[in-house]
Design a protein around this ligand. Structure first.
Ligand code: FMN
Length: 171
């Protein structure tokens, strides 16, 4: 599978098989996240690997009750570390770059998962305080994106997209 094939095959998966994710596949997903672009290569985020059911349930509660995420054998939490960006970029780093760094890493992880036959779904950490408590985040980190990871137990129909003519302006 090449990159374009992975991009086109990716879909949000909201039901997972109980089958565990092999350690080497998990490492490949995390390594893909680690290769993402980041502002000044600061990588102003941290990734938590959650397998414990009570923590997963607490994350589902933090995500406005999206219980499906707790069906995944592994849940990744991407937490931003604003101070890492702020040290170089001040307020712009604190408010924007750390989040962009984390989001770039999430995208890489999602595409790597497709290549490995795994599914993911980008889930917003709606109540970031609750999400932080669920995984014991240290001070200075904020939960940003929750990413369940596992073998899909569904094959949803493809989602639509805006037309490129609506999305793109060719100057
Ligand atoms: C910033 C962001 C937040 C999202 N939050 C959620 C969420 O909380 N729960 C969910 O089920 N999907 C969430 N999604 C996934 C989108 O619903 C999904 O990507 C979109 O409907 C397109 O479907 P597809 O991913 O299958 O192509 C989110 C995606 C993004 C980028």
């Amino acid at each position: 599978m090449n990159v374009l094939e992975a991009i086109n095959a990716r879909q949000s998966i909201r039901a997972y098989q109980p089958r565990p994710v092999e350690p080497e596949k998990l490492e490949a997903v995390l390594s893909a996240a680690n290769r993402a672009a980041s502002a000044a290569n600061l990588q102003a985020y941290h990734i938590y690997v959650v397998r414990d059911d009570a923590r997963k349930q607490a994350l589902a509660a933090a995500a406005a009750g999206q219980k499906f995420l707790a069906t995944a054998p592994v849940v990744l939490v991407f937490a931003v570390e604003p101070a890492r960006s702020a040290a170089k970029y001040g307020a712009r780093g604190e408010q924007i770059y750390c989040m962009q760094d984390a989001c770039a890493a999430v995208g890489n992880a999602m595409l790597a998962a497709v290549e490995l036959g795994l599914g993911t779904c980008w889930v917003d950490a709606v109540n970031e305080n609750l999400a932080g408590q669920a995984i014991g985040l240290p001070a200075g980190q904020r939960a940003a994106v929750i990413l369940p990871l596992g073998y899909p137990a569904e094959q949803p129909p493809p989602t639509s997209r805006r037309a490129l003519s609506d999305l793109v302006t060719d100057l």
